[in-house]
Design a protein around this ligand. Structure first.
Ligand SMILES: N[C@@H](CCC(=O)N[C@@H](CS)C(=O)NCC(=O)O)C(=O)O
Length: 305
C-alpha cells in the first residue's frame, strides 16, 4: 500500500475528524504540518489552489475535503468499518449535518470567546476565507445565539446516546462519531473540556472521552518537500468517468471545481474521474508533474472552462 500522507495542523478541528479515524483504524500515516493561514506554498503544487485543511495525499493522488478523505480511508483500510454497509447513507448524512451545521455554531461559540486574542494575520486570512469580516466584538456579542444553537444541535446527538449506546448509531464508532468529534473536540480544546453547553450534555462528554481514547494511529513526520518529491515520483491511479452522469460532462473536458461555502478558490484541470461521490481532475505542476486532484460532489461547484 502507498503511504497515506496527511497535510494538516494541530489546531485544525476538521483534521481531528480524520486523526481520530486513524486512531480507530490503527493506521500508520505520514504527517506534513501546513500553515494555518495563506500562503501555503508547499500545498499549492499538490492541490492547484484548494487551500482548506486538511488534504490527504497518496502518491500523486490528492484528496480534498474530509467528506472524500474519509471514504478514501475506508477504501484503503476497510476494517474496522466506519461506513457499515447497511448504514452508509445514514452515517454520511449525519456527518453532513454535523459538518455543515454543528461545526459552524461551535466555531462561532469558540471564536466569540477567544477571537480577540488571535493574531491580526489570522483575522485577515479568515475574513478572506469566509468572505465575511472576522469581527471578534461581533462574535462576542453573538455568544448567546451561538451557545443556544450549539446546545440545541448537540442535544439531538445527546438524545441519540440516551438509550446507553456507546456511539451515535450503536455499539461501534462510525463516520458520524468522527464528524461529531470535530466540533466537540474544538470546544473542549479551545475553551474547556466541560465548557458551556457541554456542562449540560453529560452523555456527549463521556462519549468524547471514549473518542479521545482511540488516539490518532501511528504518526511519523515528513517534510513538505519530501511529500512533493513523492508526488513527482508517483503516477496517479486510474480513474473513470461515468458516461451516464446527469451533468453530461465528458472525460478530458476542461473544468474547474470550487467549494460552495468557504475558501472558494477554483481548481482547474481535465476531467478524468466522475461518479455520484467524487470528481477527479488531472493537472500538471512544474514542480511535481502530473497529479490527479479528487473532490467530493456534494458541496462543490463544477464549471466548464
Ligand atoms: N468541508 C471541509 C472543511 C475544512 C475546513 O473548513 N477546514 C478549516 C480548518 S479546520 C480551514 O480550512 N481553515 C482555513 C485554513 O486552514 O486555511 C472539509 O470537510 O475538509
Amino acid at each position: 500500500m502507498t503511504d497515506i500522507i496527511f497535510h494538516h495542523y494541530a489546531a485544525s478541528p476538521f483534521s481531528e475528524k480524520v486523526r481520530v479515524a486513524f486512531g480507530i483504524k490503527q493506521i500508520a500515516w505520514k504527517s506534513v504540518e501546513i500553515p494555518n493561514v495563506m500562503p501555503k506554498p508547499d500545498l499549492m503544487p499538490l492541490t492547484g489552489g484548494y487551500r482548506k485543511t486538511p488534504v490527504m495525499q497518496v502518491g500523486a493522488d490528492i484528496f480534498c475535503d474530509t467528506q472524500l478523505i474519509m471514504t478514501e480511508i475506508e477504501r484503503i483500510a476497510p476494517s474496522p468499518a466506519l461506513l457499515p454497509k447497511d448504514r452508509e447513507g445514514e452515517v454520511r448524512a449525519l456527518a453532513m449535518w454535523i459538518d455543515r451545521n454543528i461545526f459552524w455554531s461551535a466555531v462561532g461559540l469558540v471564536m466569540g470567546q477567544i477571537g480577540d486574542r488571535l493574531p491580526d494575520a489570522f483575522k485577515k486570512d479568515r475574513s478572506e476565507f469566509s468572505g465575511r469580516s472576522f469581527d471578534p466584538a461581533m462574535m462576542r456579542a453573538m455568544i448567546p445565539v451561538t451557545r443556544d444553537q450549539t446546545y440545541a444541535q448537540l442535544s439531538l446527538a445527546e438524545t441519540m446516546l440516551a438509550d446507553g449506546r456507546p456511539f451515535l448509531i450503536g455499539r461501534e464508532p462510525t463516520l458520524a462519531d468522527c464528524a461529531l468529534y470535530n466540533p466537540v473536540w474544538f470546544i473542549r480544546e479551545r475553551l474547556d473540556p466541560a465548557a458551556s453547553p457541554l456542562d449540560r450534555l453529560p452523555r456527549i462528554v463521556s462519549w468524547a472521552e471514549r473518542m479521545k481514547a482511540f488516539g490518532g494511529g501511528t504518526r511519523s513526520e515528513l517534510k513538505a518537500g519530501a511529500a512533493l518529491d513523492i508526488a513527482k515520483a508517483s503516477q496517479p491511479a486510474p480513474a473513470s468517468v461515468d458516461a451516464d452522469d446527469p451533468s453530461g460532462f465528458r472525460a478530458g473536458q476542461k473544468l474547474s471545481v470550487t467549494p460552495d461555502d468557504t475558501g472558494k478558490v477554483p481548481v482547474g484541470g481535465k476531467l478524468v474521474g466522475l461518479s455520484a461521490d467524487r470528481i477527479s481532475i488531472a493537472r500538471n505542476d512544474p514542480r511535481i508533474g502530473d497529479v490527479v486532484v479528487h473532490f467530493p460532489r456534494a458541496g462543490f461547484v463544477i464549471q466548464p472552462l
